[in-house]
Design a protein around this ligand. Structure first.
Ligand SMILES: Nc1ncnc2c1ncn2[C@@H]1O[C@H](COP(=O)(O)OP(=O)(O)OP(=O)(O)O)[C@@H](O)[C@H]1O
Ligand SMILES: [Mg+2]
Length: 278
């Protein structure tokens, strides 16, 4: 049976500031969802909170997979429950090669009770699997010998994320896309790779402002965030509408929340608030 990721009334604070104010979302294995919303609306915060980033404190609400709460679980335990987050700003780990990193990550997920230094996937099996995934995705085999994210271009970081996705095959993948900085080839690569990787065993939540990604990967559901909440849900047409018309319509339909968004923006820019008009 398809697994269900359920987010109920999720309220999350960062440095004691409330950012998410009651997010509700259900994602079933096999579905593609688009998560949209203006800058600062809380999309990345939701992704980090799902993965259990220590800075993001759940003050209310629940995250669960098939009824089991993840709230108290460490990020690695969440990964073993089938969650995966492609970071908007991936970390650099000099001294660790792509292949070694992937071998550990895959071993951890497939072999949850393994102790450090034990239970790694045998090198030969791993290499064979890695090679065939890389060939499918059209990633140069030399890439596996590079140090993780060290000097990676934006496009190469994306390739790394996609390769992780292909090797880990999580139940729920959350892809937080910086749309800036990716050239059209990289966007096409990501887009095609997602459509190749998606399937009944994997749900993909695409956080994007990019229409291209959603053209190949038509979302069954689109969710729009504003000031820390999901204010509208729809299908692929909603994503197209937002791409064409921006968020003015959303703000007009939710004036109270839009006003809150404005206040928060003003509060972050004290200089601007002093001279604020109207
Ligand atoms: N570590 C942090 N410390 C302080 N404030 C934070 C932190 N992370 C996020 N915020 C604040 O939370 C709000 C939501 O940010 P978030 O990054 O989730 O937005 P977003 O929807 O991902 O935006 P974008 O489209 O620009 O990526 C913003 O007001 C941001 O300043
Ligand atoms: Mg973001």
């Amino acid at each position: 049976m398809a697994s269900l990721l359920k987010i109920e009334n999720l309220c999350v604070a960062v440095d004691d500031k409330l950012i998410l104010k009651g997010v509700n979302l259900e994602v079933r294995q096999g579905e593609i969802h688009a998560l949209m919303g203006p800058n600062g609306s809380g999309k990345s915060t939701l992704a980090y909170a799902l993965m259990g980033h220590p800075k993001y404190e759940i003050v209310e609400g629940n995250i669960s997979v098939d009824g089991a709460s993840l709230n108290e679980l460490e990020p690695d335990a969440r990964a073993r429950m089938g969650l995966f987050l492609a970071f908007q700003y991936p970390v650099t780990i000099p001294g660790v090669k792509v292949a070694d990193f992937l071998r550990h990550a895959v071993s951890n997920v497939r072999n949850p009770n393994r102790k450090e230094g034990e239970g790694l996937i045998p090198m030969r099996d791993f290499r064979k699997e890695l090679k065939s995934r890389m060939e499918e995705l059209g990633i140069d085999l030399e890439f596996a010998r590079r140090y993780l994210n060290d000097g990676f271009s934006g496009g190469e970081k994306k390739r790394m994320e996609i390769l992780q996705l292909a090797m880990l095959r999580p139940k729920f993948a959350i892809l937080d896309e910086t749309d800036s900085g990716l050239d059209s080839d990289a966007v096409r690569f990501v887009s095609e790779a997602i459509s190749r990787l998606s399937g009944p065993d994997m749900a993909i939540v695409i956080i994007t402002h990019h229409e291209r990604l959603l053209e190949f990967n038509v979302p069954q559901q689109t969710h729009v965030m504003l000031a820390g909440r999901i204010v509208e849900d729809g299908d692929a047409r909603l994503a197209h509408e937002l791409h064409d018309q921006g968020y003015a319509g959303i703000r007009a339909r939710h004036p109270a929340i839009a006003a809150e968004e404005q206040e928060e923006t003003a509060a972050r820019q004290p200089g601007a608030a002093v001279g604020a008009r109207g």
